[in-house]
Design a protein around this ligand. Structure first.
Ligand code: SF4
Ligand code: SF4
Length: 372
């Protein structure tokens, strides 16, 4: 797989929904990215990626990225096409709530190679505990309509389900829902951040039990193919068996790899979860000449040192697989990134449980083979 420079871009600081666990509920300015910022973002990142021999991957994110007009994305495609003529490799993805996605727009995105993924927290009675419109009304039918339209056109669809207190006790039901709908899903933990609903908080033990249950259902599933690739269960299996991960959370510190974010004002940071927090601003895309200035900035270098200073992690058996977890999890719980991920105890237990489960299954298969 070609190496990437991944940039999460927020074309709007706005959303048509009001999820109860939203990280940025009160800070939204309603701003739209200007064409100047768009051009600078795509050109400077792509030039940098090309120079270091990687592909540029832009993940259009929110707020809700579909609040940007289709003309905005036509400009994205035009810029991309011009750069591709120079030999640059560029990919596009999007994370959307799907409620605004029309059939025509879905066709446009599929035709132009955008890989869309959608957020949905399970069947209607679970999804609507967390993912609602500002007036509290259900988003489920609008979201599912958009998701299924995209699936019909592209042939596959990926979703993200956030595990919170709203759905964590319904793991069997979640598993069946995603399987029946044919929605490949990742299951991400939710962390309390100021401004969101504390009642939705989950603890490491709940997360551990939920992931192990999902893993068990998937591992003994006859048709694992129906879950596609890139789901959370396969992710954990790959980490346990091969020590590799595609999730930013377990990479050797997301800042040691080429991972950035750009907000609608052009501010560059480590990850969209830190949008609006000047402590984590590396610079502005409109003010720099070359993207290299960001790559080597002092603030970024400081973040790169995170998992080298966490002494607990250095002593941990799975350090090289877990890599100290997500720095935003740490920041949202402790106010600093220089603490290990608060889900640490869950990660340790999940790795141990999955290794045992896979070893037992292997031993059983070998025993049966001998008796045949
Ligand atoms: S801060 Fe966390 S969510 Fe953001 S890129 Fe790093 S590991 Fe991923
Ligand atoms: S499991 Fe815990 S101690 Fe081990 S590397 Fe991860 S965060 Fe650090």
């Amino acid at each position: 797989m070609a190496k990437l420079v991944t940039v999460i871009i927020s074309p709007v600081d706005d959303c048509n929904m009001a999820c109860r666990y939203c990280i940025h509920p009160k800070q939204r300015t309603g701003s739209r990215m200007s064409l100047e910022t768009l051009e600078n973002s795509i050109i400077k990142v792509s030039e940098y990626s090309h120079r270091i021999g990687r592909s540029a991957k832009f993940i259009w994110h929110g707020g809700e990225p579909l609040l940007a007009t289709i003309d905005f994305y036509k400009a994205v495609v035009e810029l991309t096409t011009n750069l591709e003529k120079k030999g640059y490799a560029i990919k596009h993805a999007m994370q959307s709530n799907a409620t605004l996605l029309t059939w025509t727009d879905a066709e446009f995105f599929v035709k132009n190679g955008f890989h869309l993924s959608f957020s949905l927290d399970g069947p209607i009675h679970l999804n609507d505990k967390t993912r609602v419109y500002p007036d509290g009304k259900s988003t489920f039918n609008d979201a599912l309509k958009g998701i299924l339209a995209y699936k019909a056109i592209s042939g596959h669809v990926s979703t993200i389900c956030v595990l919170s207190a709203g759905n964590i006790k319904n793991i069997d039901e979640l598993y069946e829902f995603y399987k029946l709908q044919g929605l490949f899903s990742q299951f991400n933990p939710w962390f309390y951040t100021p401004g969101s609903l504390i009642e939705l908080k989950i603890n490491p033990l709940q997360y551990r039990e939920a992931i192990i249950k999902l893993f068990r259902l998937w591992f003994f599933e006859e048709d694992q193919q129906s879950w596609g690739e890139n789901n959370t269960m396969e992710e954990y299996l790959n980490m346990c068996l091969r020590g590799v991960s595609t999730s930013c959370i377990f990479r050797e510190n997301c800042q040691s790899d080429e991972f950035y974010s750009i907000d609608s004002f052009g501010m560059i940071g480590p990850c969209s979860r830190f949008f609006g927090n000047p402590e984590f601003h590396f610079g502005n895309i409109n003010k720099i000449k070359l993207f290299d200035e960001i790559v080597t900035s002092n603030k970024r270098r400081m973040l790169q040192g995170r998992n080298k200073v966490l002494t607990d992690c250095k002593r941990c058996d799975i350090h090289l697989t877990c890599n100290s977890g997500c720095m935003h999890h740490s920041y949202s719980q402790f106010g600093t990134v220089f603490r290990k991920d608060p889900l640490c105890s869950a990660y340790q237990a999940i790795f141990t449980d999955i290794k045992k489960m896979t070893n037992d299954a292997l031993a059983q298969a070998q025993k049966e083979a001998v008796h045949e």
